[in-house]
Design a protein around this ligand. Structure first.
Ligand code: ATP
Length: 234
């Protein structure tokens, strides 16, 4: 579904990604783990069109997308749930969710999609008129995910959904991610919380200093003592 090939990305003269290649197949949960500053957000921002690569390509469903504007990439079916949630705190929960449906196609379907989002997160229906400012971290993460779902994505990319959440709440987010996959949404999960992430991922890439240093099945990586120590900080 998604194919990233030999991607090189710079901030000015500083290179943040070096020859990064990876694939995400339809229906998979693929994880990307790596330390602070490894380049995880840079990769997601490049896939979603917020950054332009110096070289390399990104293909989605067989089509080159690395020169498209972000809104066109969203319309094709990729959504990004940003690190730190980035909610519109002066708006209500319901309005935050509707902001995710800004493409013309998603806007037409927004009432139906909103009901689907409320089925995934019933608490958001109760809170729909409440200001997003007053939400707990877990509820805020639900709004961020719900807002992404409002664009009717086929591929959902999560940037550190564990950010600011207690481990138990992060486990609940992972349960939601598994349910989304059962509903047919492909998942690309970028995380620093390695152990819980590798438990649910079908395949995992490890990013270190802007390069892919390892790839494998999540559970295999967790069982390899050398890998755990050298790359996963476990
Ligand atoms: P974190 O988990 O801390 O968000 P990350 O793995 O997502 O880290 P990135 O945010 O992609 O890493 O950063 C990769 C590298 O690029 C880092 O060295 C960072 O300092 C640098 N970087 C990120 N954004 C910018 C920017 N806007 N301008 C210059 N350098 C940047």
């Amino acid at each position: 579904m998604l194919e990233v090939s030999n991607l090189n990305v710079f901030y000015g003269k500083s290179q943040a990604l070096r020859d990064v290649s990876l694939k995400v197949g339809e229906g998979e949960i693929v994880a990307l783990v790596g330390a602070n500053g490894a380049g995880k957000t840079t990769l997601l921002n490049t896939i979603s069109g917020l950054l332009r690569p110096a070289s390399g390509s990104v293909e989605f469903l067989g089509k080159r997308i690395d020169r498209l504007a972000p809104y066109k990439i969203t319309k094709l079916g990729i959504c990004q749930i940003p690190e730190g949630r980035k909610l519109f705190t002066d708006m209500t929960v319901g309005d935050n969710l509707e902001m995710g449906a800004y493409s013309s196609v998603a806007w037409k379907r927004r009432k139906e999609t909103l009901e689907q989002v409320y089925q995934v997160f019933p608490v958001l229906k109760e809170r729909r008129k409440q200001s997003a400012k007053k939400l707990s971290g877990g509820e805020g993460q639900m709004v961020a995910i719900g807002r992404g779902l409002m664009s009717n994505p086929r591929l959902c990319m999560f940037d550190e959904p564990s950010y600011g959440l207690a481990p138990k709440l992060f486990s609940e987010v992972l349960e939601v991610i598994k349910r989304l996959r059962e509903q047919g949404i492909t998942i690309f999960l970028v995380e620093q919380n390695v152990r819980q992430t590798l438990e649910i991922a079908d395949r995992t890439y490890v990013l270190g200093n802007g390069q892919i240093v390892l790839e494998g099945k999540g559970k295999d990586l967790l069982q390899d003592e050398q890998v755990k120590e050298a790359y996963l900080g476990l």
